[in-house]
Design a protein around this ligand. Structure first.
Ligand SMILES: *[C@@H]1O[C@H](CO)[C@@H](O)[C@H](O)[C@H]1NC(C)=O
Ligand SMILES: *[C@@H]1O[C@H](CO)[C@@H](O)[C@H](O)[C@H]1NC(C)=O
Length: 320
């Protein structure tokens, strides 16, 4: 009975079974297509991961760079990224100024003080100023405070040399932005190092720099030597660098390197990025040679000693 029923059940069900088999095949096909896609995706993903590791590996191959403190692609905001370092003994021979003399040495980087738009305006200002002359070698400077501008193998004073012509090169607004940025830099340094901004003074040299890959013609063009700002410039207590162009996009090479006994640590320039540090031997540094493109930056320096203070620049026609 059962067999008969099965057999008789088989009749009407035969086409059902065929359908099931076809559906199963179709499913299997689509699932094998699916799994091919999954395998492909996995392959791609692992290739990506391998690629990233390869990139990390290759970039870690730069034998002279131990650590990158700030990459160009990062946005350090709103708080500065601070790296404390033990103070050198440089400060012991110097007079102490309450509210300004360093308590805890460090280096710091922030992208939150100057916008990229402001950096662009300042870069245009530097381009126009430096286009008046410029060094024959790869490094030129423009100091709006003293008026010093690289020209050939030496310097000229733009205020004396170009006089009223400067009205066509700089605007009052340019100078206002420059002064305002200087004030903001002073205040972020004061906040970070727990100082009184009113007891800090702008000092010299404070200047724009333009560096390209052309070889040096004089020693003024040799920007890449390791140095300590407090030793080189005496009056410096806090050094800051405001970058106006992007590492990797506008130029290559030109990274800032802190040379520590246990390794080299870099800051990659980024337009609008401010890097600042205590100026003593704890922050021995150099700038890597620029290999292509043009690097623009402003060095803004502060002292604790009012005797070394300088004032903000003003256009001769507009200022006192
Ligand atoms: C670098 O700048 C100088 C001007 O200071 C210019 O004469 C030279 O052609 C520039 N070099 C490159 C490679 O752009
Ligand atoms: C740091 O860089 C200098 C050259 O710029 C190199 O001689 C030195 O070996 C580097 N230090 C380390 C620890 O990699």
């Amino acid at each position: 009975m059962a067999q008969i029923r099965m057999r008789s059940a088989k009749g009407p069900n035969a086409s059902e079974i065929e359908k099931k088999i076809k559906r199963g095949n179709a499913l299997r096909q689509s699932s094998s297509w699916l799994s091919t896609r999954v395998v492909l995706a996995l392959l791609l993903a692992s290739a990506g991961v391998c690629g990233s590791f390869m990139w990390l590996y290759l970039s870690s191959l730069d034998p002279e760079i131990t650590e990158t403190l700030a990459r160009q692609s990062e946005l350090l905001s709103p708080e500065p990224r601070v790296f404390p370092v033990p103070c050198s003994q440089d400060y012991e021979q110097h007079k102490r100024f309450p509210g300004c003399t360093i308590q805890q040495c460090a280096r710091a980087v922030t992208d939150a003080v100057v916008t990229r738009e402001e950096a662009h305006v300042l870069r245009r200002l530097a381009e126009r100023g430096l286009s008046l002359a410029g060094s024959e070698g790869g490094a030129s400077i423009l100091d709006l405070h003293s008026g010093a501008l690289s020209m050939g193998k030496q310097f000229v004073n733009i205020y004396r040399y170009f006089g009223e012509q400067l009205d066509e090169v700089f605007t009052e607004e340019d100078f206002r932005l420059y002064r305002d940025v200087r004030r903001r830099i002073q205040s972020v340094i004061a906040r970070t190092f727990d100082l009184n901004a009113e007891h800090m003074y702008l000092t010299k040299p404070t200047f724009f720099s333009r560096i390209n890959s052309t070889e040096a013609h004089t020693q003024h063009d040799e920007y890449w030597h390791p140095h300590v700002d407090k030793v080189t410039y005496g009056s410096f207590d806090y050094t800051s660098l405001l970058y106006l162009t992007d590492y990797g996009a506008d130029f290559s090479g030109g990274r800032f390197i802190f040379m520590d006994p246990d390794g080299n640590r870099t800051v990659e320039p980024r337009a609008g990025r401010l890097s600042f540090f205590s100026s003593g031997s704890e922050n021995l540094h150099r700038v890597e040679k620029v290999t292509w493109g043009t690097r623009y930056a402003i060095t803004v320096s502060f002292t604790c000693d009012p005797a070394y203070g300088i004032s903000d620049p003003a256009l001769p026609t507009a200022g006192p």
